[in-house]
Design a protein around this ligand. Structure first.
Ligand code: FES
Length: 156
């Protein structure tokens, strides 16, 4: 595996939360500014976020925006809420199956989170999706969090 595509050790991927990472789309036009997880690096190139979680030992990754309101990030820098193999959106309570991204409850029921391909080799998780380059652990750079400014149930 290419060391540049190593994201993190498997054991650092949480089972009851998500790990936020920043990616760079290879095709800058492939990302939509309306998606709340899109930012911009210092050199003006777009960045996008992915969330990693681990369910039944399997690591999966999805882009970090809800399928209901796409400007809403699921993980707002402190980990999305994950229980019983489901990722919760704190805005209106949609739940997504952590292994498939399928929304099984909520206003976007039937929709599916955008998958980012990852693979496990040995004790580490690697980015396997050719559409992205790995940039860093943590959030993308954005001028403002305007898309996250609407208050949700938790007051965040
Ligand atoms: S924005 Fe996620 S459920 Fe409404």
């Amino acid at each position: 595996m290419d060391a540049d595509r190593r994201i993190v050790a498997v054991e650092e991927v949480p089972e009851e939360s998500t790990l936020l990472v920043t990616l760079r789309p290879v095709d800058a036009d492939a990302v939509d500014d309306g998606e709340g997880d899109v930012g911009e690096s210092d050199d003006g190139r777009p960045e996008a976020e992915a969330i990693l979680t681990r369910a039944a030992g399997k690591v999966t990754a999805f882009r970090n925006y809800c399928q209901h309101w796409t400007d809403v990030r699921l993980d707002k820098d402190d980990g999305a809420f994950v229980r019983n193999g489901e990722v919760f959106c704190q805005k209106h309570g949609a739940t997504f199956e952590a292994d498939s991204g399928y929304c099984n409850f909520g206003p976007c029921e039937g929709a599916v989170l955008e998958t980012v391909d990852v693979s496990v080799d040995g004790d580490a998780v690697y980015l396997a999706d050719d559409a992205y380059e790995f940039v860093r652990l943590g959030s993308a750079k954005r001028d403002s969090d305007a898309g996250d400014s609407r208050i949700d149930f938790t007051g965040n």
